[in-house]
Write a protein that binds this ligand. Structure first.
Ligand code: OXD
Ligand code: MN
Length: 595
């Protein structure tokens, strides 16, 4: 399919090591995908679901020990440890290559190696970057066909160039002790072994589009971020775009596919989804604004909790052409189910849980979610973006969309108000650097344990975190018309631990204020942490929420901020001596303002 000598010699070398029985090139055609689906069904790797209810949908179960990303086994192998920094795991590249060689040698014996040429971004656009993933898993091929743009046109666009990201994935023995997800940024190489779980093996996603891309972005003056992208359409048809970074499992997909409350819909407001997980951002030379694309082609969303109320758009997206992973199989209707889908779990005689065992929903115990739930809490749907009812008409844009606002967010019971605006780009980057989430009582034993997750990129920066912050500061200097930077917190709780803000579609009310700030159309109150809305400027029409409660939501709890400062200092010290002086200055200034 190509004469590119760099590609051919690399594949030859990888095949000599892994020793597959045969090599199959993925061409992106429906005919080939259909044949692979049939083959995977025949071996039980995937199960075809009810064609009438869920057309072209399949179910897959991973190994029980292989259900999530493994941060502890994810490495950034730069030549020096300093380049990878203190937040990443690091090993000397030569040592790591030697270790991996042992694990890969002969790992594809008796198996087929699939060669997947794929693009992150629209093929041929200025944003696009190309990759080739070698894998011995049909499940990976079928997921990559949804999540990325795959086919011979990628090889044509690459031509004779050596400029592509190499990715090697082998399932090997799915051995947790020898599971490695490794990045060699200097070699444009990703190696993943002993896993079959999406986040570890769909190498275009976290590995390429965040870790390797963040490294490339720093070299080439652009940004790869863990951000959703959405467009708010006003009644006059104008659309303004927002990107937002929240830690994993804080509702990025829900916000990206938000349906505005009725009072907004009646006026003609709409929200369009450009992306739910990753944004690549570049400065547009013509208007000096920051433009964003979603480099992916699909959504790898968390299934549990997705329902007609929380996210109808996501639910409708995954009613066709979808691969479900680790959800409940309803064998009566040959469909799927997960916790939070509806109140009708399949009857025990027809229910198979994510492990492949008979499952009785009546034994579900909140305190032992993992042991008793039918779907794994991290079970997923892999669905095509183009099937999303609210997908933006700019999804395939070659230039991307102009970003008015960047929003950071976390899950904080008390510290962060509903929304605040940073004073300027540098302060905004600081706000991103101190992002954090607290564990909830429901999710883990300890309540209120703070995990700092700068820009929601803690597990995804492909180099030193301090240098990444410096890159943020540097980018601010080369964007003539930079977006404004905000912080939101949908998760503030009352003294009984109940969420105060309704969230979901009502988050539209906060987005409206954010965009009004960007347009200079609304005033704000200056506080120690940034600009906070005047309570009367957040539209609460139609909400069961008083102005006093809104005041509480917007108040700055000085004592909890002061208490947070020590935690931030510890974190900065852990990140180490690459933390830019500007960030320490911002921290000192915040401390002084808090008094
Ligand atoms: C994801 C994640 O899967 O952030 O998107 O963990
Ligand atoms: Mn993510």
């Amino acid at each position: 399919m190509t004469n590119n000598k760099y590609v051919l010699s690399w594949i030859e070398e990888m095949a000599a090591m892994t020793q597959p029985d045969k090599i199959v090139w993925i061409d992106g055609t429906d005919a080939q995908a259909e044949a692979l689906r049939a083959e995977a069904c025949s071996t039980g790797e995937i199960i075809k679901l009810n064609e009438e209810l869920l057309p072209n949908c399949y179910l897959h179960r991973t190994a029980v020990n292989d259900v999530a990303r493994v941060e502890g086994r994810t490495y950034i192998c730069t030549p020096t440890k300093e380049e990878a920094g203190n937040v990443n795991n690091w090993m000397d590249p030569n040592e790591m290559y030697a270790k991996l060689k042992k694990l890969y040698t002969g790992s594809m014996k008796g198996r087929t190696m699939y060669v997947i040429p794929y693009s992150m971004g629209v093929v041929g656009s200025d944003f696009a970057k190309y990759g080739i993933e070698l894998t011995d898993s049909i499940y990976v091929v079928l997921n990559m066909l949804i999540m990325t743009r795959v086919g011979t046109n990628v090889l044509e666009a690459l031509g004779d160039s050596p400029d592509y990201i190499k990715g090697l994935h082998a399932r090997a023995d799915i051995d947790e002790e020898n599971r490695y997800i490794v990045h060699f940024p200097q070699d444009n190489t990703i190696m993943s072994v002993n896993s079959g779980y999406g986040g570890n093996v769909l190498l275009g996603k976290k590995c390429f589009a965040l870790r390797i891309a963040s490294y490339l972005g720093r070299k080439e003056n652009w940004m790869a971020e863990h951000m959703l992208i959405l467009g708010v359409e006003y009644p006059n048809g104008e659309i303004k775009y927002i990107t937002a970074a929240f830690p994993s499992a804080c509702g990025k997909t829900n916000l990206a596919m938000l349906i505005p409350p009725e009072i907004y819909r009646k006026k003609g407001f709409k929200v369009w989804c450009v992306g739910d997980d990753i944004a690549w951002l570049r400065v547009n030379k013509e208007d000096g604004k920051l433009y964003a694309v979603n480099p992916e082609n699909g959504f790898f969303g968390v299934a549990p909790g997705t329902n007609e109320k929380s996210n109808p758009n996501a639910l409708h997206t995954c009613l066709r052409d979808t691969i479900f992973t680790n959800v409940v199989h309803d064998t009566k209707n040959n469909t799927v189910w997960w916790e939070g889908l509806n109140d009708n779990p399949p009857a025990p005689e027809y229910a198979i849980d994510w492990k492949g065992n008979p499952w009785d929903y009546r034994k579900y115990d909140k305190k032992d979610k993992l042991g008793t739930s039918g779907a794994h809490p991290n079970s997923r749907f892999t669905a095509l973006a183009k099937n999303c009812p609210c997908i933006s008409s700019e999804f395939d844009s070659l230039t991307g969309v102009p970003v008015s606002a960047i929003v950071f967010g976390g899950r904080r019971a008390k510290t962060a108000p509903l929304v605040y605006q940073s004073f300027n780009w540098q302060h905004g980057a600081f706000v991103g650097s101190i992002m954090a989430s607290e564990t909830t009582a429901a999710a883990a034993g300890a309540l209120g344990v703070v995990r700092r997750d700068p820009m929601a990129m803690r597990p995804f920066v492909g180099y030193n975190m301090g240098d990444y912050w410096k890159h943020w500061l540097d980018m601010g200097k080369i964007i003539p018309n930079a977006p404004l930077i905000f912080h939101v917190n949908w998760f503030r709780t009352d003294d009984e631990g109940n969420f105060i803000w309704p969230g979901f579609g009502d988050n539209m009310r906060v987005l409206e204020w954010i965009l009004a700030r960007c347009e200079g159309k609304v005033d704000a109150v200056e506080t120690a942490i940034g600009y906070v809305p005047k309570p009367e400027d957040i539209n609460i029409e139609g909400l069961d929420l008083s102005l006093d409660t809104l005041k509480d939501l917007l108040s700055v709890d000085t004592e909890s901020w002061k208490a947070d400062i020590a935690n931030i200092k510890d974190f900065y010290n852990m990140v180490g001596d690459h933390v830019p002086a500007e960030m320490w200055e911002e921290l000192a200034a915040l401390e002084a303002r808090l008094g």
